[in-house]
Design a protein around this ligand. Structure first.
Ligand code: SER
Length: 879
């Protein structure tokens, strides 16, 4: 038997040996199309190559592309479980020519693979062509030798392919396989064509046109080829089964589901097993790409798929989470072809388990309500919209789950009533908000949020994506266009730009489109709507345009590193300083991080070093940084750190890093909506550069990571090296040299003071005036300079000793222009003259007042040192 895995490699191998480049599957969340919810065909990743906007180094390619058709133009969610061939997730095998070969070679390659390499009997194959495509008709006759009755002409409905409302498109030709007369149905174009006997296995699209949003269609630069073959369908053919769900891959998944739920594979629960097996694939692949269940956009489609699978598990009697247990089987089956599954296995299983736990809490109660509300309804009845809305709003039942649950009883749901109930709830919320009297600019944003819904943030997984311009603002008011040279704000439906929140700054980068370009200077976030603050540099931005959004990668990388490092420092601080360390605020920017926390005293250098060591140890562990989605309570119970007083939604992202200690989720676990590194090692290193107080009981540290930390380290090393150069020592001797120099400086200063003192005492000459006798008393009055004010008293003392009996006045003219005076009176004269009294006249002469001291010694001063001689004269006059 040819397994699914063999077929996949056989297909790509065949085209590779025919000169095609084997190209890996692109992500399910398209990066290059703002209108598509999920990649729904193999050609999606080549869309811009067909239109000539993007160039690749090859002109032909082959892929096995993962696809999801659950939401948007191609949506198969409701059919899964009810047919043999519908899937929400499937793989499309395809070969592509970008202006290289066209119809003839495409037909030849396809026919040879099917009938030669894979040896399918020719008489089991039939083809269709677009109604007026005579060329294709002739080619099939010539190349495949098919007779005209095996070639059916069909109209645009079945034989004109387009990806979505816009994009490349063209007439197509489909190859059908006959599963034999045991199955009911007829060939394409016949009245029985909807039966399951004749199955389309391969679609060859002759890409010739591009469909534009305004409805017009233009020719592609060069005719191209896009083919698509459902891997599951061809596997059924090659494995000789009629039903896709009977191929090896699905047998394994259904078997695992049956085991986990104790259901009988062939019993009445078979439909539920199929639903579970199908949905397991889409949920796992989406989660592997970072999509998490939520109440908006893609996250909500994922949630719908997950919850639908979960209801089917309960239908099989499971009351406990079981679907997450099937992830290892899926990884065994598909992990080799899609390594992202193997890498993400643990996270996928856990995300599924958490969602199961969350939904099981309300599922039983919701089902009871559904039961009692519909008990009286017969076949063909309609469930009222209000009940369906209550199930949605209170019990987490997506509308399609309710519809699915009632489908087997042929009861439908009043969708208009459901929509009305939803609209009323929104109106209620709007009314309450309008009453809160927010500022005018906020009103604009609330209005946009109401009108457009929240912007879908793609930036956890990618830094480039396409988005569609939904609104433009200049000076706070909505406009239709922003011209080159103008500043304004751009709102798109989806963006990789992070909007400032939770302490992390907004992203910057560029927005580009055909003939348009704008610098994104900053990104904000208001009521869930992302505001790209731009300066338009080229062309005119208009509402409705598709644009490419490119985040400044270098800057974002630094922001990621700083944010992850903040978490590590937080935990390290707690370990070193104690459990009282609670976050008080943080700033995560590209060039540094700042973290404020509760702590009453300055950190010691040892504590800082310890914190830094611990954080760097976790960085060097280089473990993956993991994000989970959890209920707030559940998250807090798991020990995740949350900001006290912060308002969180019902569900939060929980970011963990470092090897778990004990049975925790990780070494550091925090509620956080920010962007982080993939592995802790991506931080490089963290270095704490400052610590200080911000408020009573709140400290702040600042730190650098990666290159910034390294550059600072290098700069410091250079300073030390230069210092060593100046000191003529090695870098390690710098401290000893400085200490020695400080010692030398101190003795030199002391020697200098002594010398100046001596000079003041008359050793040096020029102002050393001799003593005189005034009124029978020896009087020495001298103006000195260059002596420290604190030393002047000792100069006076020394002079007193020298004269034996007398009065000594020294006035210091300071460098600052002020005067300091000291007066000494020898013991024998203190009964006649008190220094403390005399001083007042001297300070008065210097423009000051007061001064004081003992009878034998007093000191004072005044602002005007130039009056030094007057001060001496004033004392002389008093004697
Ligand atoms: N794009 C076409 C399809 O999806 C052929 O690959 O059917």
């Amino acid at each position: 038997m040819t397994s699914v895995n063999d077929l996949r490699s056989s297909f790509v191998g065949y085209f590779a040996s025919n000169g095609h480049e084997p190209v890996a599957s692109s992500p399910l969340v398209p990066r290059n199309d703002p209108t598509l919810m999920f990649t729904n065909a193999g050609m999606v990743q080549f869309k811009n190559v067909f239109t000539g906007v993007e160039k690749r180094p090859y002109s032909t390619a082959a892929t096995a592309q993962k696809c999801v058709r659950a939401g948007g133009k191609h949506n198969d969610l409701d059919n899964v479980g009810f047919t043999a061939r519908h899937h929400t997730f499937f793989e499309m095998l395809g070969n592509f020519s970008f202006g290289d070969y066209f119809k003839d070679q495409a037909i030849e390659l396809a026919w040879n693979l099917l009938t030669k390499d894979w040896a399918l009997p020719r008489d089991k194959l039939m083809v269709t062509v677009y109604e007026d495509d005579d060329e294709a008709m002739e080619l099939w006759k010539k190349i495949a030798g098919l007779s005209e009755d095996r070639i059916v002409r069909l109209g645009a409905k079945s034989n004109f392919w387009q990806m979505g409302d816009t994009g490349p498109c063209g007439p197509c030709s489909e190859i059908f396989y006959d599963h034999g007369d045991k199955v009911w149905g007829g060939p394409p174009g016949s009245p029985e064509e909807d039966g399951d006997r004749w199955i389309e296995i391969w679609n060859l699209v002759f890409m010739q046109y591009e469909q534009h949003p305004d409805g017009s269609r233009t020719g592609l630069p060069r005719p191209s080829i896009d083919t698509g073959m459902g891997l599951e369908r061809i596997a059924a053919v090659m494995q000789g089964v009629h039903d896709n769900y009977d191929i090896d891959l699905f047998k394994a998944l259904i078997g695992a589901a049956a085991n986990a739920t104790h259901a009988d594979v062939n019993g009445p629960g078979n439909r539920s097993l199929r639903v579970i097996a199908d949905h397991l694939r889409s949920m796992s692949f989406l989660i592997a790409e970072g999509v998490l269940p939520s109440n908006e956009g893609r996250g909500y489609v994922l949630r719908r798929i997950m919850r639908r699978a979960m209801r089917h598990a309960t239908l099989l009697g499971a009351n406990e989470p079981v679907i997450h247990k099937l992830v290892p089987t899926l990884v065994r089956e598909m992990g080799q072809a899609y390594p992202e599954l193997s890498r993400g296995e643990a996270m996928i299983a856990e995300t599924v388990r958490l969602e199961e736990g969350r939904f099981l809490k309300t599922l039983g109660r919701g089902l009871q309500i559904l039961e009692s509300e519909t008990a009286a309804l017969g076949e063909g009845a309609v469930l009222d919209g209000a009940t369906a809305f209550k199930l949605y709003d209170t019990y987490g039942f997506p509308l399609d789950l309710t519809q699915d649950a009632l489908r087997s009883r042929n009861i439908s749901v009043d969708q208009a009533g459901f929509d009305a109930a939803m609209a009323q709830q929104k109106a209620e919320a709007r009314k309450n908000w309008a009453g809160s009297g927010e500022a005018a600019t906020d009103t604009v944003w609330y209005g946009l949020a109401d009108k457009l819904g929240p912007t879908e943030f793609l930036g956890y997984e990618t830094e480039t994506a396409e988005g569609e311009i939904k609104a433009l603002l200049v000076d706070g008011a909505e406009v239709d266009a922003i011209d080159a040279g103008q500043d304004g704000i751009v709102v798109v439906n989806q963006t990789p730009f992070y909007g400032e929140s939770g302490g992390q700054v907004g992203d910057s980068g560029v927005i580009k489109g055909e003939g348009i370009a704008a610098d994104v200077l900053d990104t904000g976030k208001h009521h869930g709507v992302f505001a790209h603050k731009v300066k338009v540099t080229e062309g005119t931005l208009k509402r409705g345009q598709a644009v490419e959004l490119l985040v400044d990668h270098g800057r974002r990388s630094s922001i990621r590193a700083n944010h992850s490092a903040t978490h590590l420092l937080h935990e390290a601080l707690r370990l070193v300083l104690g459990d009282h360390v609670a976050q008080k605020g943080s700033l995560v920017s590209a060039d540094r991080l700042r973290f404020d926390f509760v702590h009453t005293k300055p950190m010691t250098p040892q504590e800082m070093a310890e914190v830094e060591d611990i954080a760097n140890t976790i960085i060097l562990q280089n473990t993956p940084v993991e994000t989970r989605l959890m209920g707030v309570e559940e998250a807090k119970e798991s020990g995740a750190r949350a900001l006290f007083g912060e308002k969180y939604g019902d569900e939060v992202r929980v970011v963990s890093m470092g090897e778990p200690t004990g049975n925790g989720l990780g070494w550091s676990v925090e509620l956080c909506g920010g962007t982080h590194v993939r592995r802790t090692g991506d931080i490089g290193l963290v270095s704490v550069v400052a610590e200080g107080a911000v408020a009573a009981g709140v400290r702040r540290i600042e730190a650098l990571t990666g290159h910034a930390a390294r550059h600072r380290g290098n700069a410091n090393t250079n300073i030390v090296a230069s210092a060593a150069g100046l000191l003529r020592s090695g870098p390690h001797d710098v401290l000893d040299r400085i200490e020695a120099l400080q010692g030398q400086l101190k003795s030199a200063e002391k020697a200098l003071a002594d010398a100046r003192q001596k000079l003041a005492l008359g050793g040096g000459g020029e102002r050393a005036g001799a003593s005189e006798t005034v009124n029978g008393v020896t009087f020495v009055g001298r103006v000195v300079e260059g002596v420290a004010a604190k030393d002047i008293k000792s100069v006076v003392d020394a002079e007193k000793k020298r004269v034996g009996s007398g009065i000594v006045v020294m006035v210091l003219k300071g460098e600052d222009g002020k005067g300091t005076v000291a007066i000494g009176v020898t013991e024998d004269l203190t009964s006649r003259y008190a220094a403390g009294t005399l001083i007042k006249s001297a300070t008065a002469a210097l423009g000051g007042q007061g001064g004081g001291g003992r009878p034998d010694m007093a000191q004072g001063g005044g602002p005007d040192g130039s009056k030094a001689d007057d001060a001496i004269a004033a004392i002389r006059a008093l004697l």
